[in-house]
Design a protein around this ligand. Structure first.
Ligand code: ADP
Ligand code: MG
Length: 387
């Protein structure tokens, strides 16, 4: 049995399936509603959503720390609804690292193995191996209070790794780190995953973290799954207005609009400006009774038009054009974020910082919109995406 604990030695299979899972707490609060989800073996899945949307509840149900109210959870094709946490072969890393303060780093990592009666030599080998992977060999004799936040985080990871679990659960593990370290640890966690090849469910409220880390992202809102897909699917084809606004930074701009016909062309009419829409889009909405929609344009979906562009645009009607007033210019680095207004609308545009062109507050700008990049949402209820 001892070799079960050797890192990278035993390859375990562990897909996770949620089948109609709901969780209602004793106070009647519905934390998760009818969740259906398949997490593939060895996948790095990121569960993202605002605070209170049920992310930790989902993790705790996988770990067995929380019962399910209805539905079924399968790990590696085995229904685990009633399986106690200690038999699920899962390691969880929390935001508050939960290290034992009176134990050295070595003992923090070794403790779980000792409790399981793993032979001493095996423990030494496993802990040292994990310390090597995490580059904390020099810290083994220290106590947690003698470590920086990033080092504590590594120890918490080490403690999880030495167990060689079939599934890793991470609950906002980087939230307590400063921005730079957080970016560094993201990369390290991804490297760790490609090395250990274990199924990971990673929870964060930070969409940037989700986009950069996940190959599969699940967006949750008020306990309801909104969309499940790759980062680019979520970015390019958000299922609804919530996902559209949540994924991407700065967020998508929204404009209430009506679709109108003018001659042979169709336009999305915002009142203060109108933008031509593709005929393919018109096909999708032609049988709808509603006239009210929300148009979404990402900050990076605009371009500053030159005089020549504008003439060409007008001639071919391929692009939408908006006359805008510059309120604020913000330098992001190689890009600029412009806070603009057009009529009663305020919106954000991100453009490449071109050293030869300067933008000023209170300046007037002509913008072009690539009409293939326009999103349209149903104006009612969940505001599902039409395109
Ligand atoms: P997240 O991790 O996304 O912030 P949680 O899963 O912690 O969200 O919580 C989801 C909802 O369930 C929240 O409204 C929270 O207040 C509630 N909740 C969490 N734990 C309990 C509990 N033990 N009893 C009652 N309500 C809870
Ligand atoms: Mg949480």
């Amino acid at each position: 049995m001892a070799d079960t604990y050797t890192i990278e030695k035993v390859k375990k299979m562990a897909g996770i399936i949620f089948k109609n899972i709901s969780k209602i707490y004793d106070n009647g609060l519905v934390a998760v509603r009818d969740l259906n989800l398949e997490i593939e073996d060895r996948e790095f899945l990121v569960l993202v959503g605002p605070s209170g949307c049920g992310k930790s509840t989902v993790l705790r149900m996988i770990a067995g720390l929380e019962t399910v109210t209805s539905g079924e959870i399968f790990i590696n094709n085995r229904q685990v609804n009633d399986l106690p946490p200690k038999n699920r072969d899962i390691s969880m890393v929390f935001q508050s690292y939960a290290l034992y303060p009176h134990m050295t780093v070595y003992n923090n990592m070794a403790f779980g193995l000792k409790m399981r009666g793993v032979p001493k030599e095996e423990i030494v080998r496993t802990v040292n191996r994990a310390a090597g992977i995490l580059k904390i060999e020099d810290l083994m004799k220290r106590k947690p209070r003698q470590l920086s936040g990033g080092q504590r985080q590594r120890v918490a990871l080490g403690r999880a790794i030495v167990r060689n679990p079939q599934v890793f659960l991470f609950d906002e593990p980087l939230s307590n780190l400063d921005a730079k370290l957080r970016v560094q640890m993201r990369t390290e966690l991804k490297k760790l995953h490609s090395r250990l090849k274990t199924t990971v469910v990673y929870v964060t409220h930070d969409q940037v973290e989700a986009m950069t880390m996940g190959s599969h992202i699940v967006v949750l809102k008020k306990g309801v799954l909104q969309q499940s897909g790759s980062p680019l699917e979520l970015y390019n084809h958000p299922a609804n207005k919530f996902v559209a606004g949540f994924i991407g930074s700065p967020g998508m701009n929204f404009f209430p609009c009506r679709i109108i016909e003018d001659g042979k062309e169709y336009y999305s009419d915002v009142g203060d400006f109108k933008i031509p829409v593709n005929h393919s889009l018109i096909e999708k909405i032609k049988d709808r009774k509603v006239q009210e929609y929300t148009m979404g344009i990402r900050p990076e979906g605009f371009r500053v038009a030159t005089k020549q562009d504008s003439d060409r645009t007008m001639a071919y009607k391929k692009c939408g054009r908006i006359e805008a007033h510059v309120n604020v210019v913000e330098v992001l680095g190689k890009e600029l974020a412009l806070d603009l207004s057009s009529g009663r609308y305020n919106f954000t545009v991100v453009i490449d910082a071109d050293a030869s062109v300067r933008y000023y507050e209170n300046q007037k700008l002509s913008l072009e919109v690539d009409i293939d990049k326009i999103h349209l949402f149903d104006g009612k209820g969940e505001e599902a995406a039409i395109a």
